[in-house]
Design a protein around this ligand. Structure first.
Ligand SMILES: Nc1ncnc2c1ncn2[C@@H]1O[C@H](COP(=O)(O)OP(=O)(O)O)[C@@H](O)[C@H]1O
Ligand SMILES: [Mg+2]
Length: 237
């Protein structure tokens, strides 16, 4: 059996006295796209924060390529080749598109590859090339999301974690976004995608987890998912 890129075993985590995740076990296979779907407040973002070391894990374990993450800090994640693109398309509004991308390659080890990575980013996101001198604060919502994703890719992470990229975007932009996600599945990179757009997420994923009230309510290979059943579970209270 091959070791998963990421594996959570019986993880409990939360914010001080408020526990959010209850015995969450989940794994992301190397080179695959694993999606975590679930309604608002299910604990999806908290789960990503636990992986990144941003909320403490009170029970259970998280391992990256078989090695425990318990002694690692958020600032170690870049060196471990893990990048997260948080929800809310955070970009540096007063910097140009290209400056934002350059920030994504800030760690010393990546600076040597800056020109190559910029070129790759512009090939993947042609609109960003057109806008490269523009201030990020002047981009549309869709463009800002593309920029946030491109910046996350600038360190060429082995594991890329993306939190609700399609939230609040117009349908045409959502189409474009999912096309890009499909292209990011190059067989080498491991992707974890948190989404509320259930059908699109299942369509692009290899494996699907449904979270409900801080627990895993379903874990299934994407091609075995019955969308009707999934929606029932999704809306179950
Ligand atoms: N900083 C925080 N402090 C306390 N509770 C929080 C905090 N952030 C989120 N929560 C609570 O944790 C639960 C899960 O939230 P979250 O992980 O953001 O869910 P999702 O991303 O699935 O919408 C919610 O009940 C939310 O109110
Ligand atoms: Mg969230």
């Amino acid at each position: 059996m091959t070791v998963p890129m990421l594996e959570l075993k019986n993880v409990r985590a939360g914010y001080g006295a408020i526990n959010v995740l209850w015995d969450v076990s989940l794994s992301a296979a190397r080179g695959q796209l694993t999606t975590i779907i679930g309604p608002n407040g299910a604990g999806k973002t908290t789960l990503l924060r636990a992986i990144m070391g941003l909320v403490p894990v009170s029970q259970g374990s998280i391992a990256l390529a078989g090695a425990p993450l318990s002694s690692k800090h958020t600032w170690d994640m870049a060196d471990l080749s893990v990048a997260m693109i948080p929800e809310g398309r955070m970009v540096f509004r007063d910097m140009s598109v290209e400056e934002n991308l350059t920030m994504g390659a800030f760690p010393k080890a990546h600076r040597a590859h800056l020109a190559t990575r910029l070129e790759e980013a512009y090939l993947m996101f042609p609109r960003l090339r057109e806008r490269r001198k523009q201030l990020a604060g002047s981009l549309s919502g869709g463009e800002a999301q593309m920029l946030a994703m491109a910046r996350g890719l600038m360190s060429d992470p082995a594991l890329l974690i993306i939190d609700e990229p399609s939230l609040g975007l117009a349908p045409l932009v959502v189409n474009e976004l999912f096309e890009i996600l499909a292209r990011l599945k190059d067989g080498k990179r491991t992707l974890i995608l948190v989404e509320q757009n259930t059908e699109r997420a299942v369509a692009v994923a290899d494996h699907v987890y449904l979270m409900q009230s801080g627990k895993v309510a379903l874990s299934q290979p994407a091609n075995e998912v019955d969308l009707g059943r999934l929606h029932e579970l999704y809306f179950a209270r």
